[in-house]
Design a protein around this ligand. Structure first.
Ligand code: ADP
Length: 263
């Protein structure tokens, strides 16, 4: 929130002052709207699994009290719903932690090669279960950039998770770092999958909070719709953006340009 005070000696009714005041009010209103939308969305997302949990508890206390088979089935569903709530709360906390942080410091360092290779190791088992092989492609001598290690690790973990969730059948996922044409000060890290791709009309909205592409396979995958908004917020703190290149039936490349660390 910004307080607008007239400059000493300035007339509060001058047009330039009024314009400034109006702009400021508009910005305030839109931030306020974003906040109330966010609270409404978050409550809705939490209420859905909670309502289902309450429903199953009532059934287990009533009609299904002595039905052993039904009890087992309902308890499994309840565990899934509770897991969903817990993921949502984790994501909401991550988002609010990041949103309150200022831009990263100029002396923070992160090594993209280290981050990507540890993600490859961590994902290997889950990826194999989904029929995917993870590989690492390092086309630079050094992957050291100006960035926060933990936050960038979260960015690439979210992108790698999505590749496993949504790009099954694509055989492989490549994580890599490469130089940027005509921009020697930058490095580009990417996560490429060969899955079904994302229809063009959804691409501009991917990083909105709670946005999920509605199609049969995607809506079945466990997700909160917050993963890519966390990515966007972290990248904003790093002064960069998520780039997406996707083609239906061919796959998706998410890439991020970061400034090389000065030696
Ligand atoms: P979540 O995965 O929790 O739903 P995200 O914000 O991480 O939320 O992703 C938003 C949506 O973008 C997903 O629901 C999915 O439909 C789509 N998506 C993300 N990554 C991919 C991918 N690699 N291939 C296809 N669709 C994807």
């Amino acid at each position: 929130q910004v307080d607008v005070l007239p400059l000493p000696g300035a007339d509060a009714a001058t047009p330039s002052f009024l314009l400034f005041l109006m702009r400021d009010k508009t910005a305030e209103r839109s931030i306020e709207k974003m906040r109330t939308d966010f609270v409404a969305n978050a409550s809705h997302e939490l209420r859905t699994p909670l309502a289902s949990l309450i429903g199953f508890i009532e059934t287990l206390q009533g009609p299904a009290r002595n039905d052993v088979a039904a009890r087992e089935k309902f308890l499994n569903i309840m565990r899934e719903q509770a897991g969903r709530m817990s993921r949502l709360i984790d994501d909401l906390l991550s988002l609010s932690r990041i949103e309150t942080k200022p831009r990263i410091d100029a002396d923070e360092r992160a090594d993209l090669a280290v981050i990507l290779s540890s993600i490859c190791d961590a994902m290997e088992k889950r990826a194999a279960e989904a029929g995917l092989a993870f590989s690492l492609q390092l086309d630079t001598e050094s992957g050291v950039v100006n960035g926060n290690h933990d936050e960038l690790a979260q960015v690439f973990a979210n992108l790698a998770e999505n590749a496993v969730k949504y790009a099954g059948g694509g055989e492989k996922v490549v994580l890599g770092v490469r130089p940027v044409d005509r921009e020697p000060a930058l490095l580009e890290a990417y996560v490429q999958d060969f899955g079904r791709g994302i229809p063009a009309e959804h691409v501009p909205r991917l990083t909105e909070r709670f946005y999920r592409v509605e199609d049969g396979a995607a809506s079945k995958a466990a997700g909160t719709g917050l993963g890519l908004s966390i990515v966007r917020n972290i990248l904003q703190r790093h002064g960069t953006r998520l780039q997406v290149h996707s083609e239906a039936g061919i796959g998706t490349v998410f890439s991020i340009r970061l400034r090389k660390a000065s030696q």
